[in-house]
Write a protein that binds this ligand. Structure first.
Ligand SMILES: O=C(O)C1=C[C@@H](OP(=O)(O)O)[C@@H](O)[C@H](O)C1
Ligand SMILES: C=C(OP(=O)(O)O)C(=O)O
Length: 449
């Protein structure tokens, strides 16, 4: 998403109850990976339900620049003709990933496993995000960082080695992006590339690699079996396959919380992916007393999905332990909104990774709560929100810092607050959920067209 244009503020206000059904867009993590593995396989991958948000469109453009043939057949229906592992060519221009951490970091892994040179860049938000976490393992695999902005940031240029070295990487951060970058680089390395993670993060890369024909062995390790050792056998022939993308639980989160906090609401959110490494918010909202039913569980695209029926509920404060963070890392902004409407104190612990997202989400959420009269405190890496069970005051303007989730979360707050809530810029919503405003309006939310 280029952000040279003037900001577009959006205001949400409390209105009638939310009612009806909605299907959130395709999962962003799976959408990026479907395009990337399409690029790295032989034959034509057909994707259904692809998220057509700006982040994913950037990944598609980068895949094309690296040699893939890409066609859009209709809404969410895409075809990718791959070049196979080892088949990438030098891109003609800079790979501009806009606002997308996932797209840029995973593609750094792809490029790093091939003897090609590519320059990565992005918007003002992406230019602030740490890339050393990706560059460190890639350098161990033989990649040369030709150029980089200060502190290991984009714009940066990578040159992959003639043959990547398979490594065992003990990841210092709980990050699916780091894990995925190493595994994707390992695809074109002879031998076994292993990633060890102390806490399991979303496993879409591992699952999809298998779907395309790679051998990936996964072992639960560490106390309580919460960690993972993932071993990929390098230089497989990946075969194009069909991918059906389930609805994104991180996008569903907004309607889910809105349904809980707007009085009188009853909403069904359809086809939401229930991968246990993505359901931390659901578990937390249930603990808070949320009336949420999991209906019609079924398999879609290799994942369990369910329809979620949510009704307005009296929520109570809870403690969210740090070990739950990987399973709900993108959902804390909207959980903070639920906490603002709950009775009692909600403690969200171990949120350090929130500081390196599209914005410093810990600071951005705290500032947004303050602007809207919600009592809270940040203690180290913990966010503590005090609610009294009544509607938050609202009336504030929230700075979104080019962060889609901050924008959507505070618009949800506005749907339940005493006075309207304005976000200073809604443009970034299109990176992950282009239909957000119209979907929420269809349920009855008082949002501008
Ligand atoms: O791998 C992925 O698709 C993602 C991993 C997470 O990031 P980290 O790996 O930085 O935790 C998450 O925040 C992001 O939205 C998507
Ligand atoms: C953190 C996110 O995405 P990314 O890292 O891909 O920019 C997100 O979507 O909340």
């Amino acid at each position: 998403m280029s952000h040279d244009s003037t900001p577009s503020p959006i205001t949400a206000q409390a209105g009638t109850a939310l009612r009806g059904r909605l299907r959130p867009p395709g999962d962003k993590s799976i959408s990026h990976r479907a395009i990337i593995l399409g690029l790295l396989s032989l034959g034509e991958t057909r994707i259904e339900g692809l998220l057509e948000g700006d982040d994913v469109l950037r990944t598609a453009a980068a895949a094309k620049a690296l040699g893939a043939g890409i066609d859009r057949d209709g809404e969410g229906r895409w075809r990718v003709r791959g070049v196979g592992v080892g088949g990438l060519s030098d891109p003609a221009g800079v790979l501009d990933f806009g606002n997308a951490g996932t797209g840029s970091r995973l593609m750094m892994g792809v490029v790093g496993g091939h003897p090609v040179t590519a320059t990565f860049d992005g918007d003002a938000s992406l230019r602030k995000r740490p890339m050393r976490r990706i560059l460190d393992p890639l350098v161990q695999m033989g990649v040369t960082v030709v150029e980089q902005a200060e502190g290991g940031r984009v714009p940066l240029t990578l040159r992959g080695p003639r043959e990547a070295v398979p490594i065992t990487y003990d990841s210092p951060v709980a990050s699916a992006q780091v894990k995925s970058a190493v595994l994707l680089a390992g695809l074109n390395a002879p031998g076994i590339t292993t990633v060890v993670e102390a806490a399991a993060t979303r496993d879409h890369t591992e699952r999809m690699l298998r779907l395309f024909g790679a051998t990936v062995e996964v072992e639960a390790i560490g106390p309580g079996g919460h960690g993972r050792r993932i071993a990929l056998t390098g230089q497989p022939t990946l075969t194009a396959t069909d991918v059906v993308v389930p609805a994104d639980p991180s996008s569903a989160a907004f309607a889910l919380v809105a349904g809980l906090i707007v009085p009188g609401s009853e909403v069904v959110i359809e086809g939401v992916m229930m991968n246990p490494l993505r359901t931390g918010l659901l578990a937390t909202l249930l603990e808070m007393g949320g009336d949420i039913e999991r209906l019609n569980e079924r398999e879609e695209g290799g994942e369990t999905v369910a329809d979620l029926r949510v009704r307005h509920s009296r929520l109570k404060g809870v403690t969210v332990p740090p070990e739950r963070a990987p399973a709900m890392i993108d959902e804390y902004p909207v959980l903070a909104v639920a906490a603002a409407c709950a009775e009692g104190t909600t403690r969200m612990q171990g949120l350090h990774e929130l500081r390196v997202k599209e914005s410093d989400r810990l600071a951005a959420v705290a500032a947004g709560l303050k602007a809207n009269g919600v009592s809270h405190v940040v203690e180290g890496d913990d966010l503590i929100v005090h609610g009294d069970g009544s509607a938050p005051a609202g009336g504030g303007t929230v700075e979104t810092h080019l962060d889609h989730r901050i924008a959507m979360a505070f618009l949800v707050l506005g749907m339940a607050a005493g006075r309207p809530v304005t976000v200073d810029d809604g443009a970034m919503i299109a990176t992950s959920y282009p239909g957000f405003l119209s979907d929420m309006r269809a349920l009855g939310a008082a949002l501008p067209a």
